[in-house]
Design a protein around this ligand. Sequence first.
Ligand code: PHE
Length: 378
Amino acid sequence: QPAASVEHGGVKIAKDDVVRDDPTNNVPDTIFSKLGLQLHKRDQHPLGILKNAIYNYFDTTYPNKFDKFDDLCPIVSVKQNFDDVLVPEDHVSRSYNDTYYVDSQTVLRCHTSAHQAELLRKGFTHFLVTGDVYRRDSIDSTHYPVFHQMEGFRVFNPDDWEASGMDGTSYAAKDLKKCLEGLARHLFGAVEMRWIDTYFPFTNPSFELEIYFQENWLEVLGCGVTEQEILKRSGKTNNVAWAFGLGLERLAMVLFDIPDIRLFWSTDERFTSQFSKGQLGAKFKPFSKFPPCYKDMSFWINDSFTENNLCEVVRGIAGDLVEEVRLIDNFTNKKGMTSHCYRIAYRSMERSLTDEEINDLQWNVREQVENKLNVVLR
Ligand code: PHE
């Protein structure tokens, strides 16, 4: 007789479904219910409008070159998500704290890079993959556990770089930056951007592109020259390739002036009616800025405590009414006990919340945080 629920790091997962009947499952109902919504396939939704605008750039810059996929299943194997793109065995992204596991060998893809290897093996050499991706994370206006990415991939032949006098890697890196700077200009016109050197297991060298937005540098994509090992495994020993993965929400927030990432999920007509097919960058007019309500809570943490688990508990209760969960105090006493104080901001995008409603939520949060995370409230 299987238990009615299982726990991971204090997060309880309901089981009312065969797929979830596995003790290694850490996908809560709130996340499961997002599978299949495919916001990126709606032509009237900011994410669909943005996807089409990027398609447009590739179609005009490289006619008939790139194959497009936007319907690949987000439930993938650990092999596809991690092994195939050379993510080391001990990399944090493999942990239950960072990734949603459906069972020990199956995850909700945490990036569209999960499809690189299979498409390469199938013989595709120029492709774009758009899809919903899933990550356990903290809560604020630019992070949501489900978001959308577009992956780009391009393979070069020796002929391509030999004529240039450059080596394959330098040639691909140069072409990649040119392609993405062109894309940024296509989408934004004049915008301040900068390249940052970084690390990804599947590319070398690796870069991030940042865009200046609301007085911050916002990371909008990661990219680089594909590790030779990935090409080798699909029989392309003599080729060189580049890849990029961009976050559609981040770009759409800038382009449409959307102030909070939760809005992408809104079905309120005052949101949805502001966008139409092919209209990139129509500025969103906030229909409400209801006041936030802040609640603080302090507790002594234990060794298994993580902020991602806390956020999952809070979101499980408050859903999209939670706008931010922020650590505002952190100290360790003489006995070695560590206390955290979190400030939770509650705010609806659509209506004003009553004191009573918020107090109820907070009361529930306190109770579940204590019970599920085994921390001691102060
Ligand atoms: N998969 C990376 C991420 O999600 C982005 C990326 C894609 C980086 C392709 C390099 C190449 O952060």
